[in-house]
Design a protein around this ligand. Structure first.
Ligand code: SF4
Ligand code: SF4
Ligand code: FES
Length: 363
């Protein structure tokens, strides 16, 4: 047994009082969870502490909180581990971010998380004709969506999403991972419509800034950012959806930029995203970026030499990467979540497919 100091952020919006910090000391085995610590404090010291939980085994997703500034499941984080991750003195527990607080550590998942999940039609829209018994689906196709199916809807990724902080209407990592769960499912009949919806939405998949925060936050290794990148690749490459937000062309402008310069040459990025410097669509964007350019020049971040000339050229190595990727006959995506091998076949089962290595999906 050891003593652990918990510092909890308390807030009751209905009280009219501002948030405050509340300290409790609990004595528990170090391998017990932060949730156990909070429940101990609630049981023995202050019954008014608000915390949501159910399974206490990392399955139901209801105990999402921020522990020492990082989102995660309170029931899935050991007390000693949480202490080591902080300042070594106390464990700081706060409600998740990007969602309004209902009370103390409980946030309003309905107002944000579930509303976004609903927006992506989170159920299968079956391909016709619906078979009398069941669809037969290639094994690899289901392996491909396993990673997004592992989501337990805890909201940890939503809590830390930087794009959502700037644009609260952004569909967000969890909902977009859910969208991929059906776009990747061959039984679904609405792949194009689903992709078009998240591409055309001004707060859709192109709002993601690749910050990796959702990847780090997810306790189930769903890799929401990876699922968003898959949605983009399928929308742009397979369905050729050129969205009104210019997301597709902007991505291509990045690729062209690196192909040419080896490093990102910002001066080309904006015009290239709109079809080149002389495309009429680029003009209003270029004019609206003049104040930013002036700031950049004044701070020495942009110089006329750098803007007009291309001081960097793509190296041989960078060109070799492009040649290799462009030379591939088909895009190959590895589902990094599922690795290793299945259980060995049962004696006498006679299933030729059992025991085969589980691997990623091709598109
Ligand atoms: S990678 Fe994209 S979706 Fe994930 S947290 Fe960052 S901005 Fe949000
Ligand atoms: S993707 Fe991960 S972090 Fe986000 S809601 Fe699902 S399980 Fe939680
Ligand atoms: S209580 Fe269910 S995941 Fe923590």
């Amino acid at each position: 047994m050891a003593e652990f100091k918990l510092r909890l952020r308390r807030y009751d919006p209905e009280s009219g009082e501002p948030p405050y910090w509340d300290k409790h000391t609990v004595e528990l085995d170090p391998h017990r969870s932060v949730l156990d610590g909070i429940l101990e404090a609630k049981d023995s010291q202050d019954g008014t502490i608000g915390i949501r939980c159910s399974c206490r085994q990392g399955i139901c997703g209801s105990c999402g909180v921020r522990i020492n500034g990082k989102p995660g499941l309170a029931c899935n984080t050991h007390l000693d581990e949480a202490l080591a991750r902080g300042d070594g003195q106390e464990i700081v527990v706060e409600p998740m971010g990007n969602m309004p607080v209902i009370k103390d550590l409980i946030v309003d998942m309905d107002a944000v998380h579930w509303r976004k999940i609903q927006s992506v039609t989170p159920w299968l829209l079956p391909r016709e004709p619906v078979p009398e018994r069941e669809y037969l689906v290639a094994r690899e196709a289901m392996v491909d969506v396993t990673q997004s199916m592992a989501c337990i809807q805890c909201g940890a990724c939503v809590s830390d999403c930087l794009a959502m902080e700037v644009d609260p209407l952004f569909t967000g990592p969890a909902a977009l991972a859910k969208a991929y769960r059906f776009v990747g499912d061959p039984r679904d009949s609405e792949h194009y419509e689903r992709l078009r919806y998240v591409a055309e939405d001004p707060h859709g998949m192109y709002t993601c800034t690749h910050c990796f925060k959702c990847v780090d936050a997810c306790p189930k290794d769903v890799n929401p950012m990876g699922q968003i990148m898959r949605l983009r690749r399928i929308a742009g490459t397979d369905f050729e959806i050129e969205d009104r937000n210019n997301g597709f062309r902007h991505e291509h402008a990045f690729v062209k930029n690196i192909h040419r310069n080896g490093l990102l040459h910002e001066a080309d990025l904006l015009p290239d995203s709109y079809g080149g410097k002389f495309d009429p669509r680029a003009l209003p964007e270029l004019l609206s970026s003049i104040p930013i350019v002036i700031k950049g020049v004044l701070r020495g971040k942009i110089t006329p030499t750098k803007a007009l000339l291309h001081p960097h050229k793509a190296s041989k190595d960078v060109r070799a990467i492009f040649e290799r990727i462009e030379g591939e006959p088909a895009r190959y995506e590895l589902n990094l979540y599922v690795t290793g091998t299945d259980d060995p076949p049962l004696q006498g089962a006679g299933d030729a497919d059992s025991g085969a290595a589980t691997e990623g999906a091709k598109r």
